[in-house]
Design a protein around this ligand. Structure first.
Ligand code: GN1
Ligand code: MG
Length: 366
């Protein structure tokens, strides 16, 4: 593997002595490595990723979105008279000038970025300031792209947060029952079906023109934010593969789903799974403080609903994948997708009980 990793990095013009690589296990879709070289008297580190082309059918368009959006953010930051180096990811160009490299007969799709100096990520945190900072990070991402021409973006994954469509796919999978698992999860299926009306409300509002499409990140997990390793201030937002037109509540909601759960996303003991209202408030404060003033009345009134919607949607996706035989999300144990689906279900139920309280907290910070 060392030889392959080194040779791909060389295709991106990386010089110096190759030292080693580490596998980064975060993320359910792409394959990620941190790679170290030695040059000019010091270690240099890079993030090398193999894109999942089963999930991203048109990876060149994904990279095109990423370069346009990062250029845009970089230009905005520079306007403020500061260097953008630590605040936005930079992808290397290959020898032919594209920001990706296609390797081997199977057409593996690789990309390489600089590792942002002195940065850290968190899978979970009990530090409320860190979580508030992540709210600011995604809020700022929104602000930077507020005047970006939304329609010029490629659709990386069609109908990504279209919950109506997610439910249709779910029902179709149950019907086909390819791996014979549907009968094992009848209870979970019924509970998710009971959430269908509320979880499709926001999408229907958007279809009626009541919610605007903006440039959204669409995968706002806490571990997609880089923080300064000393001060824990937010630096940059990463994992830009799903940047597409979307609703502001997708970004707010998915961050809450992942980061304001009292447990990990795949907790098996669902009796422990709750919405952590302190974390919820911390994120809301950071997010609304940065982007709140740009939001319409309808956008504001759907933020808490967005958290519930994204939790149900993600759970439906995990359960669909379990029923399909684990084709989409990486798993590290048998039944992993089912554990994830059960965990999202428990979280959604608890959110439903707290929905009014959650919305009041949003309004407190607007
Ligand atoms: C996937 O790749 P990762 O782990 O950041 C997924 C998200 C889900 C998330 C659930 C392209 O994100 O939509 O919310 O898993 N990404 C894609 O943890 O499907
Ligand atoms: Mg991702």
């Amino acid at each position: 593997m060392d030889v392959k990793i080194e040779s791909i990095c060389r295709k991106f013009g990386i010089e110096g002595k190759y030292l080693r690589y580490e596998t980064i296990t975060m993320g359910h879709i792409n394959t990620t490595y941190k790679v170290y070289f030695f040059r000019d008297g010091e270690e240099k580190d890079y993030i090398l990723q193999k894109l999942n082309t089963y999930v991203f059918k048109n990876p060149v368009e994904v990279m095109d979105n990423i370069s346009s959006v990062t250029e845009y953010i970089r230009a905005k930051i520079k306007l403020g008279g500061i260097s953008a180096k630590r605040f936005v990811v930079h992808y290397y160009k290959n020898v032919d000038d594209g920001n990706y490299y296609i390797f081997g007969d199977n057409g593996e799709f690789w990309r390489l970025s600089r590792f942002i100096d002195d940065s850290v990520t968190f899978n979970e945190t009990n530090n409320l300031t860190v979580f508030e900072e992540s709210g600011k990070a995604f809020g700022n991402f929104q602000l930077h792209l507020a005047d970006y021409p939304v329609k010029s973006l490629h659709i990386a994954i069609p109908h990504f947060h279209n919950t109506v469509n997610r439910y249709a796919i779910f029902k179709d999978s149950i019907e086909r029952d390819e791996s014979g698992r549907a009968n094992l999860v009848r209870a979970e299926i019924d509970e998710y079906l009971a959430f269908e009306e509320i979880a499709t409300r926001m999408y229907k509002m958007q279809r009626r023109g009541e919610l605007p499409l903006k440039v959204t990140h669409n995968d706002t997990k806490l571990n997609n934010v880089l923080f300064d390793k000393e001060s824990f201030q937010n630096l940059a937002v990463v994992d830009l593969d799903t940047v597409m037109p979307g609703l502001i509540a997708f970004d707010f909601g998915d961050a809450i789903r992942f980061g304001a759960n009292t447990c990990a996303e795949d907790e098996k003991d669902v009796s422990k799974v709750k919405i952590d209202m302190q974390k919820y408030e911390a994120f809301t404060k950071g997010f609304v403080a940065t982007v709140g003033k740009t939001l319409s009345k309808n956008e504001i009134s759907t933020l808490a609903l967005g958290a519930l919607t994204m939790t149900v949607e993600c759970g439906v996706r995990f359960l669909t994948d379990y029923i399909d035989g684990d084709k989409y999300f990486k798993i590290s144990r048998l039944g992993h997708n089912l554990d994830r689906a059960r965990c999202q279900l428990a979280l959604a139920k608890d959110m439903l009980l707290h929905l009014d309280e959650m919305q009041k907290i949003v309004e407190k910070y607007v």
